[in-house]
Ligand binder design. Structure first.
Ligand SMILES: *Cc1c(COP(=O)(O)O)cnc(C)c1O
Length: 369
């Protein structure tokens, strides 16, 4: 256990390894694993997470959302293939410069990338063809299949190393029929590629919840983000997956105030009795949304929940510690042991993904190896 003296995001590599092993155990042997490390590794630390996955766990693939994120990993020495899920048209030459593999999801991006690869004299540059099977976010439509195959056959500068799609509701078993239709459509699309190309692209479709709920959709590779970071979008996985990141801080100062006194900006909290207030050095600039103010969110101090009082400030927040034995300098847990990021997120009708990725870069990352 570290002695915390400032706000820190603790990153637990043992948990990461355990999550990786659990998710791997859910797939057939030989299924490739792609780790999604976009958004700074879901707010943790993309470089340290990627290095660990590459060097200790021999991960097969990485994915990021944007080219800049991939370049950042390459600059840090990551050599594993990196799929860029959402490349932007203005940065395509950088994708090639950093050896990043773009998802080509529309005629516009396909044409632009093929042109750039030709301009740079590339041969069989790896690209990933994305199909929209129902999410209606990114991807070619299934009726584009023939057209895409024909294009791929005529262009020697690019090669489709994978064909993929993305599930819209893999965590929602009420949407099973919709999901099964997505899987069926993807099977039809990918079968056409397998038939008409003289090589076999990698097929992949599932995110974490798809790995857990739809083994029939694992194909050749699975993509996992949130599961690696310790959340399975269903309480039944809580005993197998362990949160990687814990957000901790300290009590900066304690104030004892009387009835009628107020706390924080706009005097949003007014004491109705004697209360004890602790100030914590984390605010909305650190990723603790103002929505948590005025009792909506709580933090854990010595095992007890202390509600946030008043408005969350940019750099700090205040909590009511009346009745909780604690001192200045004591540790505070925002999410981690005693309150999961998922539970904390739920207070503002959000999800673990949003809370984890919101932790700003000024919060120091510490690594437990
Ligand atoms: C972010 C993302 C994932 C990861 O999803 P998780 O639910 O975090 O496992 C997988 N595939 C695509 C296309 C994504 O954008």
């Amino acid at each position: 256990m570290l002695h915390i003296q400032e706000s820190v995001l603790e990153i637990n590599f043992k948990a990461l390894k355990q999550n990786f092993e659990f998710l791997t155990s859910k797939t057939k042997s030989g299924t490739k694993i792609l780790a999604v490390v976009k958004a700074y590794g879901y707010g943790s630390d993309a470089i340290e997470i990627a290095k660990f996955l590459q060097d200790e766990l021999q991960i097969d693939y990485f994915a990021v959302a944007y080219i800049r994120e991939g370049a950042y990993l390459r600059a840090a020495g990551i050599t594993t293939p990196i799929l860029v899920l959402h490349p932007q048209i203005g940065n395509l030459k950088h994708a090639i410069a950093y050896n990043l593999e773009p998802s080509l999801y529309s005629d516009r991006i396909f044409t632009a990338f093929a042109k750039e690869a030709a301009k740079q004299g590339k041969k069989d540059y790896p690209v990933h063809i994305k199909f929209n099977t129902g999410l209606n976010r990114l991807g070619f439509f299934h009726t584009d299949t023939d057209f895409v195959i024909k294009k791929l056959k005529t262009l020697s500068q690019i090669k489709a190393v994978s064909i993929f799609s993305h599930l819209a509701a893999s965590e929602d078993l009420n949407e099973k029929e919709f999901t099964q239709n997505q899987i069926q459509l993807f099977k039809e699309i990918s079968a056409q590629f397998q038939k008409e190309l003289n090589y076999k692209p990698i097929l992949h479709m599932t995110n974490t919840s798809g790995i857990l709920n739809y083994p029939e959709a694992h194909f050749d590779m699975v993509r996992t983000g949130i599961g690696l970071y310790g959340f399975g979008n269903d309480p039944k996985y809580d005993k197998y997956l362990q949160p990687v990141a814990s957000l901790k801080s300290v009590i900066s100062q304690i104030h004892r105030i009387e009835k009628g006194e107020s706390v924080g900006y706009n005097r949003a909290f007014v004491a109705d009795d004697y209360v004890t207030i602790a100030t914590i050095p984390l605010g909305h600039a650190d990723g603790i949304s103002r929505q948590y103010g005025n009792g909506v969110g709580s933090v854990v101090i010595n095992g007890k929940l202390a509600p946030i009082v008043g408005n969350v400030c940019m750099d700090m927040l205040m909590v009511n510690i009346t009745g909780i034995r604690c001192n200045e300098g004591d540790e505070v847990i925002i999410f981690g042991e005693g309150q999961s990021a998922e539970a904390f997120a739920k207070k503002i009708n959000s999800i673990s993904y949003e809370i984890l990725t919101a932790v700003s870069q000024r919060v120091k990352r510490v690594f437990l190896r």
